[in-house]
Design a binder for this molecule. Structure first.
Ligand code: MSP
Length: 655
């Protein structure tokens, strides 16, 4: 059986989890689920990196011991995965006793092999990065990452003979195109390796300077450099050297990191493995950075995006969809809540949600809520199937290479084609003309494709995908799904099975109102000014009258009437508009151009009684005359037509 081992970086416990950590975790979870559906045995590892200067400094600032502090922040990272709907198989901590033993075992092995030696070194040390920089690497004498001046430190330390493996590494990268992906990072590493001699790596810190680390097994005056310690988590988690898990999964190791930690993973790690007599990982997959708008996320700028808030507001499925759809693999992406809301409304509410709502409603209206039996296949059905096949194959090929944005783009070609197929085959007309056999085929083609879409979406939105499948009467059973065959299989959905009445999985979302800045607490001197000594009111009382009230005579100007929708169709060139004909009991029906296409399909409107503003001045909207306005009621989640509680003659007045 083919296997897939995926890892996230283990996160530093010096700050709370943010969007960047959440993204890597979601990406790892989604590719792990994808490979599981492809029939592979998977193992997904994440965890925390807890030793080193950085953590000591953060714990001191919090007034805690490093261990207490690490326990607390590590728990936040452990709790992040379930919030995101991610299911790692293991959460490792570098303070775990088993990990410590493995690090010492590897250090001893490499030391005995002669690849660790004792020497003196003077270099520019950046405490933020916890590493020495060469003159060449500094930018204007500053750390390229922290933009601070590193400290010159000269001390005796242990060194790993990394330079010895430079030639081997260049060759390995050249011979294995998938070793570092995407190609831009592979090229970056190759040019770094080819531009000059690789230096040896300082892998110890004297205890006189740092005690919070793993003691070197061959010299108790030193602790291990945090990167040498941390990278080994990837094999200590698998119970290296004798663990069954190690044998099974190490050959299938796929690391995921962002571009910030390319060098340790692409240069330190493979050379460490080589020196320890181990085969290199299979593939290093490097994604870009999430910026907030176009600025780096940072605590000092106050623009850190909290994943939990996003999940609480939009749901884990929607948040995951946005991140995986928006970031092109390897490139930076910009996060804004506006972009998130826009994407959710366009792709989920409009395209996918609308497809589910329409198809389920029609199955109920025309076939008593049961999946119909298909009849003869028409040319248009075969064409749609072909498009679907290519869309799903495109999804799979891209997802397998971590290109989730392209994968979803490909799948959405099918989602959009399904909506178009419904518009073109016009089930409501088939029903009117009593062409029930054809109508059954059309709906079956749509529902079976919806099932395929839902199955493909499981890695991206596990929760929503499972709900979609329940709505289609086919609850998710992982062992029954063979994703590689899905593009081609046909007829899995059983005729006669009951489907849900409505979907409502992806309601339209709105940007939350910006929270007003918290009113300042009264400071002590101000409090003294308050003669009554009562606490100062925090806010001005809300005005009793809404600011813009109207007179009754203003209201009387409105001519609101009840009318029946006789027909409705999509505007040919405006996605959001429907052109509806409404009978108001007048000689001729009124034509109204309504911005309702993203919430209602034409067939949902036909036959309904609606409330219309009948005396709105006529105007042309995208080339069509509009003589009125259809009213709706809406909240944050749903939009409903405004109608009378019972039948009213067309033209009846709302008063
Ligand atoms: N502890 C090291 C990794 C050791 S792995 C053996 C470390 N930790 S970290 O907490 O700083 O996490 C860095 C990782 O978090 C990045 O590689 C990336 O996976 C994720 N991200 C942190 N900020 C990010 C963005 N702004 N955007 C995308 N991901 C980023 O480095």
């Amino acid at each position: 059986m083919s296997r897939f081992f995926v890892t996230t970086p283990i996160f530093y416990v010096n700050a709370k989890p943010h969007l960047g950590h959440a993204f890597t975790t979601i990406l790892a979870d989604s590719v792990s689920r994808f490979h599981a559906l492809m029939g592979e045995e998977t193992y997904f590892l994440t965890g925390t990196d807890e030793h080193g200067d950085k953590i000591v400094k953060a714990s001191e600032a919090a007034g805690q011991s490093p261990k207490e502090y690490a326990d607390q922040i590590s728990a936040l990272f452990r709790g992040l995965a379930p919030i995101l709907g991610a299911k790692p198989n293991q959460f490792i901590r570098t303070t775990d006793p088993d990990h410590i033993k493995t690090v010492q075992k590897v250090l001893q092995k490499v030391y005995e092999a002669g690849d660790i030696y004792f020497g003196e070194y003077g270099g520019h040390y950046c405490f933020g990065c916890e590493r020495f920089y060469t003159e060449k690497e500094l930018v204007d004498g500053m750390c390229p990452d922290h933009k601070t001046k590193p400290e010159y430190i000269a001390e005796k330390n242990y060194f790993f003979r990394m330079s010895k493996y430079q030639g081997w590494l260049i060759e390995h990268i050249n011979e294995h195109p998938e070793f570092i992906r995407p190609a831009r990072y592979r090229n970056e590493v190759l040019s770094l390796l080819e531009s000059g001699a690789l230096e040896d790596l300082c892998i110890s810190r004297p205890k006189s300077r740092l005690t919070w680390g793993i003691e070197l097994p061959f010299d108790s005056d030193f602790v291990c450099y945090v990167w040498f310690d941390a990278l080994l988590n990837y094999i200590s988690a698998l119970n290296y050297p004798r663990g069954e898990r190690f044998k099974k999964f190490w050959p299938a190791a796929n690391h995921i990191v962002a571009k910030d930690i390319l060098k340790p993973h692409a240069v330190f790690w493979p050379t460490m493995l080589k020196a320890a007599g181990l085969q290199p990982y299979q593939s290093l997959n490097v994604h870009g950075y999430w910026l907030v708008r176009d600025t780096k996320m940072s605590k000092s700028l106050g623009n850190v995006v909290e994943p939990k808030r996003m999940v609480d507001t939009y749901g884990a499925s929607a948040f995951r969809y946005f991140l995986l759809r928006e970031m092109a693999f390897g490139s930076d992406a910009s996060f804004t809540e506006e972009a998130l809301v826009g994407r959710l409304n366009a792709d989920l509410a409009n395209d996918l949600g609308n497809l589910f709502n329409r198809a389920l409603a029609m199955t109920h209206k025309y076939f008593e809520g049961k999946v119909p039996s298909p009849d003869k296949e028409f040319q248009e059905d075969a064409e749609l199937k072909h498009l679907g096949l290519e869309a799903m194959q495109g999804f799979q090929a891209n997802f397998g290479e971590f290109r989730t944005a392209r994968a979803l783009e490909s799948l959405w070609e099918l989602v959009r084609a399904l909506n178009k197929y419904i518009d073109q085959t016009a089930p409501w007309t088939l029903f009117k003309n009593k062409q029930m056999a054809r109508l059954g085929t059309v709906l079956y083609v749509v529902l079976e494709h919806m099932r395929k879409v839902a199955v493909h979406l499981w890695p991206v939105m596990p929760e929503a995908s499972e709900k979609m499948l329940v709505q289609l009467g086919m609850p998710f059973e992982q062992e029954k799904i063979a994703l590689p065959k899905e593009p081609e299989v046909w007829g899995v959905l059983e005729s006669g099975v009951a489907v849900a009445q409505t979907s409502n999985l992806f309601p339209r979302v709105e940007l939350p109102e910006p929270t007003p800045p918290a009113p300042k607490e009264a400071t002590a001197p101000e409090a003294k000014k308050n003669k009554t000594d009562k606490p100062l009111p925090k806010e001005a009382p809300a005005p009793v009258c809404p600011a813009e009230s109207i007179e009754f005579t203003d209201f009387q100007k409105l001519d609101l009437r009840v009318g029946t929708v006789l027909s409705a169709e999509k505007h040919p060139d405006a996605d959001k508009l429907l052109v509806v004909q409404v009978s108001l009991g007048e000689e001729k029906p009124r034509q109204i151009v309504a911005g309702l296409a993203d919430r209602f399909s034409p067939e949902e409107l036909v036959g309904k009684q609606v409330v219309v503003v009948a005396n709105l001045a006529p105007r042309k909207l995208r080339g069509f005359l509009s003589q009125g306005m259809v009213l709706v009621a809406k909240d944050a989640e749903v939009t409903r037509l405004l109608t009378a509680a019972g039948p009213v003659d067309d033209g009846g007045k709302v008063a």
